[in-house]
Design a protein around this ligand. Structure first.
Ligand SMILES: [Zn+2]
Length: 165
């Protein structure tokens, strides 16, 4: 596996509740002259996950940020008028996207989760990834916090025990 440190989320920039398949996106990207679909995974409206470009291959989703990243995409991102950026994620898509984000951290060593709009003036993926499904503090801090609480607990217990004696 190539070294990966970041997951970048995208949207297909298609209308709310309009279904678009991986093969349609792939065709569009290949019409650009690309070797394959630019994203590694695509999340359909029903929350199902569909493979795009193999994870082992560098994607084509953010100019200058493809080498050590994964590019995932959900279907939607534009209102019914076909032009206004909108967070159109279905409840099923939200659940799947949170799961895929957790799995990317666990299985691929991702330490940063971003949205395309953090690297571009584009609205994609039409929501704030960092405050929504981004990493909320490092898991390490959690672990250290628990150890500190355990130590404080032990000291208090010891103090109470000695006082009773
Ligand atoms: Zn994008």
């Amino acid at each position: 596996m190539r070294p990966i440190n970041e997951l970048i989320w995208h949207c297909s920039a298609t209308r709310e509740s309009q279904h678009v398949s991986v093969s349609t996106i792939r065709k569009g990207h290949m019409d650009n002259g690309w070797s394959d679909i630019g994203y590694h995974k695509v999340v359909y409206l029903d929350g199902s996950v569909h493979d795009g470009r193999p994870m082992t291959k560098v994607g084509a989703h953010v100019k200058g940020h493809n080498t050590n990243t994964l590019g995932y995409c959900y279907i939607g991102g534009v209102a019914k008028d076909g032009k206004t950026a909108k967070d159109t994620r279905t409840p099923e898509q939200k659940v799947t996207m949170e799961r895929l984000t957790r799995e990317a951290v666990r299985d691929y060593g991702v330490t940063k989760v971003s949205g395309h709009n953090q690297y571009s003036t584009k609205a994609c993926p039409s929501f704030n990834v960092r405050s929504d499904i981004g990493l909320k503090g490092k898991p390490k801090a959690h672990w250290i916090g628990r150890v500190i609480l355990a130590i404080i607990g032990a000291v208090v217990a010891l103090f109470v025990y000695k006082k009773r004696k």
